[in-house]
Design a protein. Structure first.
Length: 394
């Protein structure tokens, strides 16, 4: 029996029992398979240009689906619809479903090698954040904020949602003008600017990204905030000052499970007796935690090496072990689905200008399109979420 016949039979059998939506597969032979779920849902289509794309899906599961797209083995009219379809039917197409054992082991070893020691953290951050400030400036909002906004309405501008996010985090942290504040992982300085111009407190931002550090220094200087705001190229484990408040926005995801306790212990050690820690963190639903821990996903392999999402329960438990009591927990995951939707639209609109620079190729374009659509699907289906949490010493 030809391999093509085997693959066609497997795809029909595997994809023939789906809870919702529909998927149209066009095979390299020209045969079209129409697969319909038991309930209405997202309608998606995949056009396989070679049998390797089908082979990757059969042997690699969700990772094979991603890698087939990156390599151009298959295309679609809407990558958003494809990923929403698979996310909505995750119980049938889980991260491990179909993935051959040797592939799981190899991916796991590669992820283990990216654990976030001080040296490896710098390499991991460089891999993603040092693609160039020009690249990010072409599709982020004017505040250069690379984290979820907090929407009051889907129709409001992303910049407005970002400002609300900053304001809400500062409110949770009870930050006031007399405070001395540390921001761990300051990005391109959006929150630091907010603290300096609106709260008018003293603040220090730290980052281990060379590109972000240079951008922040220039940003603070241009705004004339040098007397209030300081930026250092420093790992959180090397800070030795005391602060009234500690803030962090979507940095914890880069810490890695092995160092979660270390992170909270450092926060507790740096915090004044009456201080507060407030963070914005992406979390994964607890029911997916075991599957997530046992497998390396697309994000960990191709986008954020060394990254790992906690559950909401992890955040409370790890904080408690360090003497920090969780006092507030605000979930706004659907805002991240909207943020990713805005980013993907901006990225597509900016791509001709990005491509003209000659630094990034079609593979990079497919990678980032898949990444942003993948995240949007995860947040829209609530597999992952984003929350702002606050702690106080006990």
């Amino acid at each position: 029996m030809q391999i093509q016949t085997v693959l066609q039979s497997y795809l029909t059998r595997k994809l023939g029992h789906i809870p919702s939506g529909s998927l149209r597969l066009t095979l390299p032979s020209g045969i079209a398979l129409a697969l319909n779920g038991e309930q209405p849902g997202v309608e998606a289509s995949i056009h396989f240009h070679n049998w390797m794309g089908a082979w990757r899906l059969v042997t690699g599961g969700s990772m094979g689906l991603a890698e087939g797209y990156l390599k151009g083995d298959w295309t679609t009219d809407s990558i958003e619809d494809v990923l929403m379809f698979f996310a909505a039917n995750d119980e049938t197409f889980g991260a491990q479903a179909g993935q051959a054992w040797p592939l799981r082991v190899w991916n796991g070893v590669k992820h283990w090698r990216n654990e976030n020691s001080k040296d490896q953290s710098a390499k991991n951050i460089h891999y993603h954040y040092d693609l160039g400030n020009d690249f990010y400036s072409r599709w982020l909002d004017p505040t250069m904020t690379y984290s979820s906004g907090m929407y009051a309405s889907p129709s409001e501008p992303l910049e407005t949602a970002q400002a609300r996010k900053f304001r809400n985090l500062a409110t949770l942290g009870q930050v006031n003008e007399s405070d001395k504040v540390l921001e761990i992982g300051c990005g391109w300085g959006g929150l630091l600017e907010f603290l300096g111009t609106e709260v008018k407190c003293q603040a220090k931002g730290i980052t281990i990204s060379q590109e972000q550090f240079a951008f922040c220094k220039e940003r603070i200087q241009k705004l004339g905030l040098g007397e209030r705001i300081d930026v250092e190229l420093r790992d959180y484990r090397d800070v030795d000052q005391r602060f009234d408040k500690i803030l962090s926005v979507e940095m914890f995801e880069a810490v890695g499970r092995k160092y979660w306790d270390t992170f909270f212990e450092r926060c507790r050690a740096l915090l004044s007796a009456a201080g507060r820690v407030s963070m914005q963190v992406i979390t994964i639903d607890e029911k997916y935690e075991d599957q997530y821990r046992r497998n390396v996903d697309f994000i960990q392999k191709y986008v954020f090496p060394g990254g790992e999402l906690p559950t909401a329960q992890n955040l409370e438990a790890n904080g408690a072990r360090a003497g920090l009591k969780l006092t507030d927990d605000v979930d706004f995951g659907l805002s991240y689905a909207k943020t990713c939707e805005e980013w993907l639209g901006n990225f597509r609109a900016a791509w001709p200008g990005i491509a003209n620079k000659g630094k990034f190729d079609d593979y990079f374009h497919r990678l980032w399109s898949y990444y942003l659509a993948y995240c949007r699907a995860g947040f829209a289906t609530r597999m992952i979420s984003v929350r702002q949490v606050a702690y106080q010493p006990v």
